[in-house]
Design a protein around this ligand. Structure first.
Ligand SMILES: [Zn+2]
Length: 232
């Protein structure tokens, strides 16, 4: 970084100080997303090194994913809940970008993800994206792309309707309920390719399962799943 851009960053920090999204306290030096304490406290998984993990186990027998990984565990204690909340609802896109940067580096070193051709974010309905200002999955995907140089295809999956309530539905009903709101576009872009579907959090997995069902119609070579956090 040259001197001028360092000054500009320092000045920006004085006017809009970068506060750590984990503790909401420490003011960070330019370019840092988390303070050291919060970074050390993040519950990182070993999913990029270990192929048989909680994510692949979650989808076993449901959809044939080549690889699955979450970067961190979503636990109710610790700082990850607050960090994800800030990313999703408080406009802190830099959090998702930072997680994406880490994942991008891990993908290149991982035996089950290294040959990825394209990254596909789970889409948001356009009304929701307008209100939030961004699709959190696309932000995460962009971060991955910045360090891995793997392209992001934002126009392959589209969310065309809003979800109905999932309450009282069994797993198959949930997947069916979810799949009717997504559409596959430009299937030729992913035919024969190794693709990775990305989302912010895995909870029931119904959204990811429904999106994979649609993506398989385009006959990709393989589909893998990566999320920032897993609550499974
Ligand atoms: Zn902190």
């Amino acid at each position: 970084m040259n001197l001028l851009s360092t000054w500009i960053n320092d000045l920006k920090n004085v006017i809009f100080p970068d506060i750590c999204p984990g503790c909401n306290e420490n003011v960070l030096p330019a370019g840092r997303i988390f303070c050291t304490e919060c970074l050390l406290e993040l519950p990182f998984t070993d999913h990029f090194e270990v192929k048989d993990n909680k994510v692949t186990a979650h989808f076993y027998g449901r959809i044939p994913v080549k690889g699955g990984a979450s970067l961190v565990y979503f636990s109710s204690n610790g700082n990850i809940q607050e960090v994800m909340h800030r990313f999703k609802y408080k406009g802190q896109k830099n959090v998702g970008l930072a997680f994406g940067h880490i994942v991008g580096e891990k993908i290149l070193l991982s035996s089950h993800f290294y040959n990825t051709d394209a990254i596909i974010p789970v889409p948001l309905h356009k009304d929701k994206e307008y209100i939030r200002g961004y699709n959190q999955s696309t932000v995460f995907a962009s971060g991955i792309s910045e360090t891995s140089k793997i392209p992001v295809y934002k126009d392959v999956l589209l969310k065309t309707a809003k979800n109905e309530s999932q309450t009282g539905k069994n797993r198959l009903e949930r997947v069916h309920n979810v799949s009717s709101v997504y559409q596959l576009r430009h299937p030729e872009k992913i035919k024969g390719k190794n693709i990775v579907l990305v989302d912010d959090v895995i909870t029931t997995g119904a959204t990811l399962e429904a999106c994979c069902d649609l993506l398989f119609q385009a006959q990709p070579s393989t589909i893998s799943i990566i999320t920032i956090a897993c609550a499974v």
